[in-house]
Design a protein around this ligand. Structure first.
Ligand code: THU
Length: 134
């Protein structure tokens, strides 16, 4: 990710976090995915009174990307924003879903302090299967 792009993507992740539907946790998350084709897709978390039905910001962004680009969509990079003092990385379910659509892409987590986590999907989800059924 180029520095100039990062600033813009972080801004977008902050913006979309404001749209989160998080009445239960009050934890608003914003995610921005850049696709290999250069498009940008954003998502926020969407909670439900049946807690387990909650959709994380990362999976909301993947849904938009696939809906727009179809199955050729490949992740180039991911930026996650939380309004916290420490950055957070995607949950296990989101790591698995993100991994389906890209090869060792970068993941940047930012928050309200200067703390950041810059990592990659292969570091967060090592030794995952490469087999694809298509
Ligand atoms: N959440 C995300 O949207 N992304 C993450 O990476 C971690 C957690 C959401 C789910 C739930 O709405 C809230 O944050 C608290 O867990």
């Amino acid at each position: 990710m180029a520095e100039k792009d990062i600033r813009e993507l972080v801004k977008q992740a902050q913006e979309v976090s404001k749209n989160a539907y998080a009445p239960y946790s009050k934890f608003r998350v914003g995610c921005v995915l850049q696709s290999e084709s250069g498009q940008v897709y954003s998502g926020c978390n969407i909670e439900n009174i049946s807690y387990g039905l909650t959709i994380c910001a990362e999976r909301a962004a993947v849904s938009k990307a696939i809906s727009a680009e179809g199955s050729k969509f490949r992740v180039e990079s991911v930026v996650i924003y939380t309004p916290t003092e420490m950055p957070i990385t995607p949950c296990g379910a989101c790591r698995q879903v993100l991994k389906e659509f890209g090869d060792n892409f970068e993941i940047l987590s930012v928050c309200n302090s200067s703390e950041i986590i810059r990592t990659s999907i292969d570091k967060l989800l090592p030794n995952s299967p490469e087999i694809k059924f298509e």
